[in-house]
Design a protein around this ligand. Structure first.
Ligand SMILES: Nc1nc(O)c(N)c(N[C@@H]2O[C@H](COP(=O)(O)O)[C@@H](O)[C@H]2O)n1
Length: 383
């Protein structure tokens, strides 16, 4: 009997970060009262965004400070959701480092189903405090946002709306997990040092060298709504070229062969940090491929793979004589959603490599860096 390939792991949900801030960057003031930043028109825009989401997430700090309900308020929008076969309300999600959650908060008693993510150490506390009010899901030794997103994906969440607060914004942005920002800017200043800011300090992948794309602006009363695309998924960026240059350097370390390509590969997490690297025939194994060597350095279930990019100087192979699973299959099974290659495999050892097509069919974004194809080819000019 032919063995069935393992099902593709679900890709991480699209993450929209939605916030309102004062002109001096505060999302609230320092008083116990909730600061109103938005206009009614702007709140209606947010209601629409909620209605379009499968889940809405806020941190426990926001629940503590604002006691929000996080509902879709418009009955028409709720009716549209149910007509589309969706639950009336999006799933409500929170995360807490301590599990110290107050069962009286409105979050637990309104709208749809609720999930809480906590580190393993806080699960007992959260379950004791909440009982049947919410499902409590452990995320390992730390409050890991990739594990959280992978778990939401397994629940069918493909669009997540993140609505605060400052710590959560910072966590998701510095982890490289936000796809889109919608930021409403209110025309006044808060001016208080203790008031929470849109984000705290952190190592943001979006820096002056890696700018986001402004995709739209809108005026709603006196509010300016700024829309940004955060992730460079659909096109090759300057950072992609730097990683590919490293992969080309790695390919130069391959033990020479007259019968196989010399390839370099690097796997980079969503936060822009290297996870693993490899090259063909690394460690004296005459048949190991670059992508395979890099993947072998990570646990198969490493949650960071679900948000990663793999750079390979050659198209991942689709058929092998020396091993049972080609690289395209290994990358798909690891759940890597983005693949960047320097050149397509020429018809030298196999006539019809379809690694890129297999990965695209599995839902991955596949990109080429023609700027570096010649360098990647030159390493193999003896073949
Ligand atoms: N993507 C990729 N990475 C490497 O490191 C490679 N050496 C290759 N080579 C291609 O893989 C296929 C053959 O594999 P086996 O030698 O049978 O294991 C064939 O398409 C080669 O061109 N590819």
């Amino acid at each position: 009997m032919t063995e069935q390939p393992a099902p593709s792991p679900a890709l991480l949900p699209h993450v929209l970060l939605s916030a309102a801030m004062s002109l001096d960057g505060h999302i609230d003031d320092a008083t116990a009262e909730r600061l109103v930043l938005s206009t009614p028109e702007d709140l209606d825009r947010v209601d629409q965004l909620r209605a379009e989401s499968d889940a809405i997430l806020v941190g426990a700090g926001t629940l503590r400070a604002d006691n929000p309900r996080l509902l879709v308020n418009s009955p028409e929008r709720r009716a549209e959701r149910t007509a589309r076969g969706l639950p009336e309300y999006p799933l409500k999600v929170t995360l807490s480092g301590s599990g110290e959650l107050d069962p009286d908060w409105r979050f637990w008693h309104t709208g749809g189903a609720r999930v809480v993510y906590t580190p393993d150490t806080a699960v007992g506390t959260a379950r004791r405090r909440l009982g049947a009010l919410a499902e409590v899901v452990p995320t390992g030794p730390s409050l890991d946002p990739v594990t959280l997103l992978a778990d939401l994906a397994s629940r069918g969440v493909s669009r997540l709306m993140v609505e605060g607060g400052s710590t959560v914004h910072t966590l998701f942005l510095t982890s490289g997990l936000v796809d889109e920002i919608q930021l409403a800017v209110a025309p006044f200043f808060v001016g208080e040092a203790e008031a929470p800011r849109f984000t705290g300090p952190g190592a943001f992948p979006q820096s002056a060298r890696r700018r986001m794309t402004l995709t739209g602006t809108q005026t709603l009363g006196d509010i300016a709504v700024l829309r940004y695309a955060v992730q460079p998924t659909g096109k090759v960026t300057a950072a992609d070229l730097e990683w590919m240059r490293l992969a080309v350097d790695l390919s130069r370390q391959c033990p020479p062969s007259e019968t196989a390509f010399s390839v370099g590969a690097v796997i980079v997490g969503a936060d822009g940090r290297e996870l693993a690297r490899g090259y063909s025939r690394e460690g004296g194994d005459p048949t190991v491929h670059a992508e395979e060597a890099a993947l072998a350095k990570l646990p198969a279930d490493d949650p960071r793979l679900r948000g990663a990019t793999i750079y390979s100087t050659l198209e991942p192979c689709s058929r092998r004589a020396s091993r049972p699973r080609p690289c395209a299959e290994l990358i798909r099974a690891a759940g890597i959603p983005r693949v960047v290659m320097a050149w397509r495999e020429p018809a030298l050892f196999v006539a019809d490599c379809v690694g890129a097509e297999l990965l695209e069919a599995a839902g991955a974004t596949v990109l080429e860096t023609p700027q570096l194809a010649e360098e990647a080819r030159a390493v193999n000019s003896h073949l």
